[in-house]
Write a protein that binds this ligand. Structure first.
Ligand code: PAF
Length: 281
């Protein structure tokens, strides 16, 4: 695996491969890689000739200084995992390489950055779009891979790509779960045994919503989930919503297609998010 730390070097290297007719599959990450990330690397390898992964803990998407400082950075382990997963190129810049001191960014995101994750984490999607656009400009991928776990992030990045006319095909890959259903996340390592148990209630609320879909009304499903989550000790629910996955607006009743349930909660000191498509279409 080739490893680069500067924009110029990785860009030149990849442009040469493109001139030789190679397609590029890109997996942007913040490191602390788990099976979810590695499934994206695998999908990229199946679709493109060259797999590029980036590891960059992006300061502009954190609205909590402690969260940024404490974000796990096990770089040696990550490199080993990427090598084992047959990643071809790793780009791992320092903050100064990606941002200058007077860097400004604000993009109109059609209100997508003001709801759910955007509401709980003000500025988060401005930071995400800022760094993803920079990375796309450097890597110029044919395909870029993101996990369904950050469903809203995928919606926001799709909006940006359409609006700015970026020439890349975005591919969303399924959520990878632990055996008991907990969605994999880099932050899970910080859950105590008890929190880990409590965190499962998010998956349970989604599974129950899916089972009830078609039987109960949308408002009833939401009400039941909120009632259930508010009774679980050790978790503080932030939202449980049913959205239309295409328009990313609250699902209206009656609606039988394109429904996704999205949930977020604080479990101990850690924020956990998860989602599940309820309708088969
Ligand atoms: O999903 C992530 O890990 C990050 O939000 C991303 C897309 C790498 C941007 O920093």
């Amino acid at each position: 695996m080739e490893i680069f730390k500067t924009r110029a070097e990785v860009h030149t290297y990849l442009e040469q491969l493109k001139l030789r007719g190679k397609t590029i599959g890109f997996v942007p990450t913040m490191g602390a890689l788990h099976q979810g990330h590695l499934s994206l690397v695998k999908a990229a390898g199946e679709k493109a000739n060259v797999v590029v992964c980036s590891i960059f803990v992006n300061p502009t998407q954190f609205n909590d200084k402690n969260d940024l400082e404490n974000y796990p950075r096990p770089i040696e382990d990550d490199i080993k995992k990427l090598e084992e997963a047959d990643c071809d190129v790793l780009f791992r810049p320092e903050v100064e390489e990606m941002y200058s001191s007077n860097d400004k960014w604000h993009m109109e995101l059609n209100n997508l950055d003001n709801v759910l994750e955007g509401e709980v984490r003000p500025g988060h999607y401005q930071g995400v779009t800022q760094i993803v656009k920079k990375l796309f400009d450097i890597v110029r991928p044919d395909f870029a891979f993101f996990g369904q776990k950050d469903f809203q992030q995928f919606v926001v990045i799709s909006y940006m790509v359409n609006k700015l006319g970026v020439d890349v095909q975005l591919i969303m890959c399924p959520i990878i779960r632990e055996k008991d259903g907990l969605a994999m996340s880099s932050r899970n390592v910080y859950l105590s045994n008890q929190d880990r148990q409590n965190a499962l209630s998010l998956f349970m609320s989604l599974t129950k919503a899916k089972a009830d879909f078609g039987e109960l009304s949308i408002p009833q499903i939401k009400k039941n989930a909120i009632k259930y989550l508010s009774k679980v000790a050790g978790i503080e629910m932030e939202y449980f919503e049913l959205y239309n996955k295409n328009t990313f607006e609250p699902a209206s009743f009656p609606q039988t297609e394109n429904i996704i349930a999205l949930v977020a909660a604080r479990v101990g000191n850690i924020r956990i998010i998860d989602n599940m498509l309820l309708s088969n279409k």
